[in-house]
Design a protein around this ligand. Structure first.
Ligand code: ADP
Ligand code: ASP
Ligand code: MG
Length: 409
């Protein structure tokens, strides 16, 4: 007899937003199991639960410790996984729910953005052998210091991919509230086109540049272990998008998709002494505090002084400003300014490796739309521009149109 397939399915917050949705998801999981598959499910917190928990914390303490935030946020997923197990159980199919720590998802000690170090799979395997559907709370783990940690916002995708790697799953499905990966966020660009496949590299660029549909580190892990991901809707039966290694088509489209991020802020340190070692000192201190810097631009030196601007996630802004101001004082720099009203648009495609002219086209599209570019960064397969937040959606739509990414209307 052929060995049954092991399938890891992940359901996002909107897929389990209320009791009705949980029942629907339970039915989908059961029909997968009834087809002879062994099923491990990773589930996010219901709807906006995580946001609600964060705002509740802020009402009580404007600067809660990251440890207590992890204690709080991890409860969201515990609710949804137990309810889902109850919904499956009610249908006379055996299921059992677990928190991340219970199934040995071991992480480092960085609260609110922990990295998974390993997953001890014995407990899950034992329950699968007993014929149970295993439901695991996403987004969380147990640190090497025996504390509950979370993996960063959207981190249930990462829990699912890491679980698929650890169990050697045959398939990893990411169920969400859109039918797959589109050429742009379909909620902003109405004629965005669903892609039948996208490469790991392109998805990584889109995710890290604002396409929240996939968590960046989840794509990184899938790429590292070459686990194709099927992204599809929990609201329909339609085929989704496969994220995979480059299928080596003869010709790649130059641009696969566009993304918009408005969760970053720009910091400018004015009048820095223009001599070796200053940038190193600045960015080393920020790196020590685990702050990720995105774009960096240094201006032409003027009278041996220069300005440096860089972008960080808004969630790290307060911490970054505090450190930047301390260093600026120490090294004799001028004021530190901050702008939260920026957005970043990006154009992504592996075909850019072998095509020129994409940057020129981007800039002329933005110019035609009278949109001013404040910062630019490029990689082999992407171009990103920072602009005023108020122009973000207009820029995204204009670029999507200029590169003919949409469906004919
Ligand atoms: P989940 O709760 O299932 O994890 P998310 O809200 O994290 O879902 O991600 C799904 C959302 O990602 C979609 O509703 C969509 O608005 C957004 N999104 C942004 N860019 C894209 C894209 N290129 N393709 C599909 N969805 C996208
Ligand atoms: N519930 C967590 C969040 O909202 C994790 C996730 O949904 O993936 O970020
Ligand atoms: Mg998500």
């Amino acid at each position: 007899m052929a060995k049954s397939k092991l399938i890891v399915q992940k359901y996002g917050g909107s897929s389990v937003a209320n009791a009705v949705r949980i029942e629907k998801v339970a039915q989908r999981i059961i029909s997968c199991a009834k087809r002879g598959n062994r099923v491990v499910v990773v589930v996010s917190a219901m709807g906006d639960t995580t946001d609600d928990l964060i705002s509740l914390a802020r009402q009580i303490n404007s600067h809660p410790s990251e440890r207590e935030m992890d204690m709080l946020m991890s409860t969201g997923e515990q609710i949804s996984c137990s309810l889902l197990a109850m919904a499956i159980d009610k249908r006379k199919v055996p299921a059992i729910s677990f928190t991340g720590p219970q199934v040995g998802i071991i992480t480092d000690t960085y609260h609110t953005q922990a990295k998974i170090l390993k997953i001890e799979t014995e407990r899950i395997k034992k329950e699968l052998t007993r014929g149970k559907i295993v439901i695991v709370a996403g987004f969380q783990g147990l640190s090497t210091a025996l504390e509950i940690t979370t993996l960063g916002r959207g981190g249930s995708d990462l829990s699912a991919v890491a679980m698929a790697v650890a169990l050697g799953a045959d398939l990893c499905e990411i169920y969400t509230d859109v039918e797959g990966i589109y050429t742009a966020d379909p909620r902003i660009v109405k004629n965005a086109r669903k892609l039948s496949y996208i490469t790991f590299d392109e998805m990584l660029e889109l995710a890290s540049r604002g396409a929240q549909v996939m968590h960046t580190r989840a794509v990184e892990v899938a790429k590292k272990f070459n686990i194709p991901l099927s992204v599809r809707s929990s609201f329909s039966k339609k085929e989704g998008t496969i994220i995979m290694e480059n299928p080596s088509l003869i010709e790649e489209p130059v641009v696969r998709g566009v993304a918009l991020a408005d969760n970053e802020a720009k910091i400018t340190i004015c009048n820095l002494p223009d001599r070796p070692g200053i940038a190193a000192r600045m960015f080393k201190e920020l790196a020590c505090k685990n702050i990720n810097i995105d774009m960096i631009v240094q201006n032409v030196s003027h009278k041996r002084n220069t300005d440096i601007s860089f972008t960080v996630l808004k969630k790290d802004l307060a911490k970054t400003l505090k450190i930047s101001r301390q260093i600026a004082t120490k090294i004799g720099a001028g004021v530190v300014l901050c702008d939260e009203t920026i957005a970043k648009v990006s154009v992504v495609g592996v075909g850019m490796r072998s095509h020129s002219g994409v940057a020129a086209r981007c800039f002329s599209v933005l110019a035609k739309n009278k949109i001013n570019i404040e910062m630019i960064s490029t990689s082999e397969i992407s171009i990103s521009c920072v602009l005023k937040k108020s122009s973000g959606k207009k820029a995204l739509k204009a670029l999507h149109k200029a590169f003919n990414l949409g469906l004919e209307k």
